[in-house]
Ligand binder design. Structure first.
Ligand code: FES
Length: 177
């Protein structure tokens, strides 16, 4: 499985250079830049590591409570590293009515994760999402970069096991020479 080169096992060893770069490019420390900056930092690390948040607290002159208050308000912002693939299960009305909660329940039974959690192998993070804009194909989900419609628990498991297989497949290339 791929590892995040910017984050080592211990959080203190996070490479903060990308966060410093992002901060350097900001015109000033107005609060209006805080959320877009959190987004950019998350795009770098895939989550918001605490040492990076400390740099932002200092730059924006905000307290720990304030910055984590903002983070907890926006579901797309994460303080823990997500799995390799994020499962966004649509919980809009059409998908909800057509069985999204059952899919959610079955994913929980099999992978032991609830929305917001990552499975033990760090492969999948489950999230619920508001309408994904294709209610005609409800229930919908986005897994990684791919969108799936008219899913049911069985189809969802098939799809997830393909991701699992892809992840386990490590191409063996030997240099001949
Ligand atoms: S409610 Fe799920 S796609 Fe619209």
């Amino acid at each position: 499985m791929e590892t995040n080169p910017l984050v080592t096992e211990e959080e203190e060893q996070i490479d903060l250079a990308p966060t410093e770069e992002i901060i350097k490019k900001l015109p000033d420390n107005s609060r209006g830049y805080l959320i877009p900056t959190l987004d950019k930092v998350q795009n770098v690390y895939r989550f918001l590591p605490d040492p990076a948040m400390e740099l932002l607290m200092e730059f924006f002159n905000v307290s720990r409570a304030e910055i984590y208050g903002v983070i907890s308000f926006y579901p797309q912002l994460r303080i823990t590293e997500p799995g390799k693939y994020i499962i966004k299960l649509c919980y809009g009305t059409a998908c909800f009515v057509k069985g999204a909660p059952i899919i959610n329940e079955k994913i929980h039974d099999k992978y032991h994760i609830k929305p917001g959690e990552t499975d033990k192998s760090k492969l999948f993070t489950l999230q619920t999402a508001s309408c994904l804009g294709n209610c005609g194909a409800a229930p919908m989900a986005i897994i990684g970069e791919d969108t799936y419609g008219t899913i049911d628990p069985e189809k969802t498991f098939d799809i997830l096991s393909e991701y699992k297989m892809d992840d386990e497949e490590t191409p063996v290339t030997e240099e001949v020479g």
